[in-house]
Design a protein around this ligand. Structure first.
Ligand SMILES: Nc1ncnc2c1ncn2[C@@H]1O[C@H](COP(=O)(O)OP(=O)(O)O)[C@@H](O)[C@H]1O
Ligand SMILES: [Mg+2]
Length: 377
């Protein structure tokens, strides 16, 4: 019997923790391999980063050089320059010294060098040359993949949480990036992110620098039948059984969102393995959800308390009657004010990532937080 938890949640999953997404994978790979750019958007925790990393890995196996950069961790132009250069340098198969020479040739304004990390391993490091034009340095870095690719290799670059570049001096950075990469012949770009409304605006608003710069694609939750099959087979590895209907109940509880499916399944496994049971029931699922809710309750309170009492009322109303938030009845039942005030509150929640908009419907992005609000507000 297998004693390691067959479920995993948090960040990027790979190997046999990853399932489904065959069609999306194919489409991403073909678009990029064909030399086109692509924008991929979906709410948080739907599995974008995992999917993209799998695509990059497979493209790498097919001979492409791929670079992945998460913009979430970048808070200034300087960190962009440093982290991006380092990510690109890491893709060079030549010795570190050779790589450093090569990079120094293409980028003005920085001095790359070898440093040693805490374990004594040589790593790539860089320092600034005083008085050099930072904007030119930035452009040199952006153009680095095209220079390194030359005419006999193809590069693919993925910028995760791409909408966050608006933090780096907004407009100007966006324009600079676009103006450079539009000349790249040997590099395809993948822009992905969770803030759907911002990303959509960046790529489909005529007044934005990235207007029409990429094919737009989104991913949905995973098809129910595929998830059921996966759950059944994963539990089976530890001689544990879950039947079709119970698996379906788990998926409903998780709002079908990949992260919450894994999180709840992880908790169930953890508990059942300690008991003498080997058949999962809906009771096990409810208990797992309760544990997650308890574990996260400090965080949930924090998330809730920073909002005004009006916004709290809106959250509560949404947790009870999501589909009719703006109806007269909801307004009366939950003591809400003008539609415009409620809409404003919703916009704040969307910006925070608490609420997702799906077509014209709103719902919580975290089904367990929804339960929490429903119970405690
Ligand atoms: N294809 C998948 N197979 C299995 N689990 C997945 C898959 N996609 C996402 N997940 C689950 O969701 C979590 C978040 O995935 P991630 O790729 O970070 O999503 P996103 O980038 O959209 O926020 C993963 O840690 C994993 O638990
Ligand atoms: Mg991600």
């Amino acid at each position: 019997m297998n004693k390691t938890n067959p479920f995993k949640f948090g960040n990027i999953v790979s190997g046999d923790f990853f399932y489904n997404r065959e069609n999306e994978l194919l489409r991403i790979k073909q678009t990029l391999a064909g030399g086109n750019n692509i924008t991929l958007y979906a709410p948080r925790r739907f599995g974008k980063s995992s999917l993209v990393n799998k695509a990059l890995k497979e493209l790498e196996e097919e001979g492409f050089t791929t670079v992945y950069l998460d913009i979430m961790s970048i808070y200034s132009r300087d960190t962009f320059i440093k982290n991006y250069t380092r990510a690109i340098a890491g893709k060079q198969s030549a010795s570190l010294e050779k790589t450093i020479k090569k990079i120094a040739k293409f980028i003005s304004g920085i001095v790359p060098s070898v440093a040693f990390d805490s374990t004594g391993m040589p790593t790539f490091s860089l320092s600034w040359i005083e008085g050099k034009d930072k904007e030119q340095t930035l452009m040199d870095v952006i153009n680095l993949p095209e220079k390194l690719a030359g005419d006999n290799s193809k590069w693919i670059i993925a910028f995760d949480e791409f909408q966050e570049i608006t933090k780096l001096n907004g407009d100007n950075f966006e324009k600079l990036l676009r103006s450079c990469i539009q000349h790249h012949q040997n590099v395809s770009y993948l822009f992905l992110g969770s803030k759907t409304h911002i990303l959509k605006d960046m790529f489909s608003n005529k007044n934005r620098a990235f207007y029409n710069a990429a094919a737009i694609m989104s991913i949905n939750t995973i098809e129910e039948s595929k998830s059921i099959k996966y759950l059944i087979s994963r539990f089976k590895r530890s001689d544990t059984e879950i039947d079709n209907d119970t698996a379906k109940y788990l998926l409903q509880t998780a709002g079908n969102i990949p992260y919450y499916i894994q999180y709840i399944a992880f908790e169930i496994w953890q508990n059942i393995i300690l008991s003498d049971k080997n058949r999962i029931t809906t009771k096990h699922i409810d208990e797992a959800v309760e544990r997650v809710l308890e574990l996260k309750s400090d965080y949930y309170w924090e998330l809730t308390h920073k909002h005004t009492s009006y916004r709290k009322k809106v959250l509560f109303a949404l947790s009870q009657s999501a589909s009719e938030l703006f109806s007269k009845k909801t307004t009366k039942d939950f003591d809400l004010g003008a539609v415009s005030s409620t809409q404003k509150a919703i916009d704040v929640f969307i910006n925070d990532g608490i609420i997702e908009r799906n077509q014209s419907k709103y719902d919580f992005s975290d089904p367990i937080y929804k339960k929490f609000i429903n119970r405690y507000l």
